[in-house]
Design a protein around this ligand. Structure first.
Ligand SMILES: [Zn+2]
Length: 562
C-alpha cells in the first residue's frame, strides 16, 4: 500500500504547541524583564512607566493566537483524520435480497464473500415504498428518505402543469455532453443526499463521484455536490451534463471502452465490463482517499437489471451475471485497498430494488402471474371501456403512468359530478380488472399513516404534486411488460411484493467482522447510520432511526494511517 502524507503529521496541534509554548515562555520572560523599572536593571537611570495597555496587548494577542491555533488545529485534526477516508457505496440494479444467500458457497476470494466476512449483512432489508423502480430506489438510498419526502415517485410521472410525462432526472437547463437535446440533473430531488452531507462536512474539499451505466443510477446518489457520470449510448462513451462540468473532462471523453456491443448485447452482462473499465479509469485519475476528508465513490452496476428484464430473476443468465459481478466487486475492492486501504474505507452495498422471475416461468411453475401490457395508458382505458361500456369512467382519466392514474379535472367539472364520486367509481371499476390487488386514492388515504403495510407503502410513495389521484397495486406475480420490447422483456419489477422490495444490505470495512442480522429493516435506515459512522450530520430527509448493529463497526479499531 503506498505511503501517503498524513495530515496528522503536519497537524498544527503538534507543530504549534511546542513552538508556541516555548515562544510564549521566552516572550513572557522578556516581557517581565521589560516591565521591570529600568532603574532596577540599571541603577541610577530614570525610566517612564510602561502604559498598562501596551503591557497587556502583546499577551492578549499571543493568547488569542494560541486559542485560534488551538481551535483551528482541533477542527483541522477532526477534518484531517477522518475515520474513513472513503465511502465506497455500491448499488446493484435489481439484485434481490436472497441472492446474497444463494452465493453462500462462492469462492472465498469473491466480492460478496469479503462483504460477508468484513461486515454486517442485513439479510431482511426491504424498501417500504410501493414503486420499486430504479430512480425511486436510488433516490431513497441517496437521501435516506421515502419518495413522499424525496419526491422521486417513479422512473417517470405525469406532470400536471406541463401536461405530459416527465423523466425523473430531466432538466432542460443542463444539457448532456454529446446529446444536448437531453438535459440531466438532480433538480427533481426535493432533499439533500448523503453525498451532499459528507461534502458539506468536508467543506467540499473531497472527491465525490457517482458512476453508472444509467443516468438515474448515478445522478441521485451524486446529489448536488457530487459529480455524476453515466454511459451515453449514442457516443459509446461515458458522459455527464453541464450541471456537473463546464466541459466534459478530457480523460473521460477520450476514454476508450474495450469493445462495442450490438443494441441487444447491451442488455447482457457484458455492459458491466464497460462500467468497470470506467471505474478503473476514475480510480486512476482521481486521488480518492487523499483529500484529508471523507471522499465518496458510488458505483451502480446496471447489467443485472438488463439481464433480469430479459430472462427473469434467478434465471441462469441472471445468476451468471451475479457471478461476474462477484468478480468485478473483488477487483474493485482490491483496487480500493491498494489506493485507499479497506481499513479506512466504509463499504455499503445494496440494490435499488429486487425483481420477480419471468412471467412465463412463473406460469410454468403454476404460480400466480399475469401481464399488464405497455402502453398501460391506452390499455387501461380500453379495458374499462370494454368491460363497462357506456358506464366506463375512462373518460375521466388524463394519464396512466404506473402505478398512478391521473384524473381529468375538466372532464369531472363538465360532468357536474364531485371529484370524490368519480374517484370512487374509478376505484371500483379498476379494482374489477384482472390482476388488480387494490386501488387507493392516496390524497384521502394518507392524511395519517395507515396501519396496513401495503397502504403505508402507497402513502410513502405519495407526493401530492407528482403522484396520481389513484394508485394501483397489482396482484403478486402481475407485471407491467413493454409490448414494444416484448422480445427482450420477460419480467418487470415495480411492485410492493417482497421479490421487488427485498434487497441485500451490507455495511463493511477492512477491520469489520462478520455479523448477520435477520431482523427486518427498512433500507433507508442505512443513510443516517452511515452518516453517524462518518461523523456527519445526516441529510435532512433521513429521519429514520439508525441501525444499532453498526455500532459494533464503530468500536472496531482502525489503523492510524493506511
Ligand atoms: Zn429495471
Amino acid at each position: 500500500m503506498p505511503t501517503r502524507p498524513s495530515w496528522s503529521v503536519f497537524s498544527p496541534t503538534w507543530t504549534c504547541w511546542p513552538i508556541c509554548a516555548s515562544w510564549l515562555a521566552t516572550w513572557r520572560r522578556a516581557e517581565l524583564a521589560a516591565s521591570r523599572p529600568l532603574t532596577a536593571r540599571r541603577s541610577g537611570q530614570h525610566s517612564l512607566p510602561v502604559p498598562e495597555n501596551r503591557k497587556t496587548r502583546p499577551l492578549v494577542v499571543v493568547l488569542a493566537t494560541l486559542v485560534f491555533w488551538s481551535v483551528a488545529a482541533g477542527s483541522a485534526v477532526a477534518d484531517a483524520a477522518p475515520r474513513y477516508r472513503l465511502l465506497l457505496q455500491i448499488t446493484v440494479d435489481q439484485l434481490r435480497g436472497d441472492v446474497a444467500d444463494t452465493f453462500r458457497n462462492v469462492p472465498e476470494r469473491g466480492g460478496f464473500a469479503w462483504l460477508k466476512r468484513h461486515g454486517i449483512h442485513y439479510a431482511s432489508a426491504h424498501y417500504t415504498h410501493l414503486n420499486n423502480a430504479t430512480a425511486v430506489g436510488h433516490a431513497s438510498l441517496a437521501t435516506g428518505a421515502w419518495p413522499s419526502t424525496h419526491g422521486i415517485v417513479g422512473n417517470e410521472w405525469y406532470d400536471r402543469g406541463l401536461g405530459h410525462t416527465v423523466y425523473n432526472s430531466e432538466d432542460p437547463s443542463a444539457p448532456v455532453f454529446g446529446d444536448p437535446d437531453k438535459g440531466r440533473s438532480p433538480r427533481m430531488l426535493r432533499v439533500p443526499t448523503l453525498t451532499d452531507a459528507i461534502a458539506a462536512a468536508g467543506h467540499q474539499r473531497g472527491h465525490y463521484y457517482s458512476i453508472s451505466l444509467k443516468d438515474r443510477g448515478a445522478i441521485f446518489v451524486a446529489g448536488r455536490s457530487g459529480k455524476a457520470l453515466w454511459y451515453e449510448t449514442g457516443g459509446h462513451r461515458f458522459t455527464s451534463s453541464t450541471f456537473y462540468f463546464a466541459a466534459l473532462p478530457g480523460w473521460l471523453s477520450d476514454l476508450p471502452l474495450p469493445f462495442r456491443l450490438t443494441p441487444l448485447e447491451r442488455y447482457t452482462a457484458k455492459a458491466d465490463i464497460w462500467l468497470h473499465h470506467a471505474v478503473q479509469a476514475l480510480l486512476d485519475r482521481v486521488p480518492f482517499g487523499a483529500s484529508g476528508v471523507t471522499d465518496v465513490l458510488h458505483v451502480s452496476y446496471s447489467a443485472l437489471d438488463y439481464v433480469g428484464h430479459r430472462t427473469g430473476a434467478l434465471s441462469r443468465d441472471y445468476l451468471a451475471t451475479v457471478a461476474q459481478l462477484d468478480n468485478l466487486l473483488r477487483d474493485l475492492l482490491r483496487r480500493v485497498d491498494r489506493i485507499v486501504g479497506l481499513d479506512r474505507t466504509l463499504v455499503v452495498l445494496s440494490a435499488d430494488h429486487g425483481a420477480p422471475p419471468a412471467v412465463d416461468e412463473l406460469k410454468k411453475q403454476g404460480k400466480p402471474a399475469g401481464v399488464w401490457p405497455q402502453p398501460v395508458d391506452t390499455w387501461l382505458r380500453d379495458q374499462l371501456d370494454e368491460r363497462y361500456g357506456a358506464a366506463s369512467a375512462a373518460r375521466f382519466v388524463t394519464a396512466v403512468v404506473m402505478p398512478f392514474v391521473y384524473l381529468d379535472d375538466g372532464a369531472i367539472s363538465r360532468s357536474g359530478r364531485s371529484r370524490t364520486s368519480v374517484e370512487n367509481e374509478l376505484v371500483r371499476q379498476i379494482s374489477g380488472l384482472d390482476g388488480v390487488f387494490r386501488v387507493r386514492a392516496p390524497g384521502r388515504l394518507c392524511v395519517s399513516e395507515p396501519a396496513d403495510p401495503i397502504d403505508r407503502a402507497v402513502c410513502r410513495n405519495f407526493d401530492a404534486e407528482r403522484s396520481g389521484d389513484l394508485t394501483i397495486v397489482l396482484e403478486r406475480g402481475w407485471q407491467v411488460l413493454y409490448g414494444s420490447k416484448a422480445r427482450i422483456m420477460r419480467a418487470n419489477h415495480g411492485s410492493v411484493w417482497p421479490y421487488d422490495s427485498h434487497v441485500p444490505l451490507f455495511v463493511a470495512t477492512g477491520r469489520g467482522q462478520a455479523q448477520r442480522v435477520e431482523r427486518p429493516v427498512d433500507v433507508v435506515a442505512v443513510v443516517p447510520t452511515v452518516a453517524e459512522l462518518l461523523g456527519v450530520k445526516p441529510p435532512s430527509g433521513a429521519v429514520h432511526a439508525q441501525l444499532p448493529e453498526v455500532r459494533n463497526l464503530r468500536r472496531m479499531p482502525v489503523a492510524t494511517s493506511p
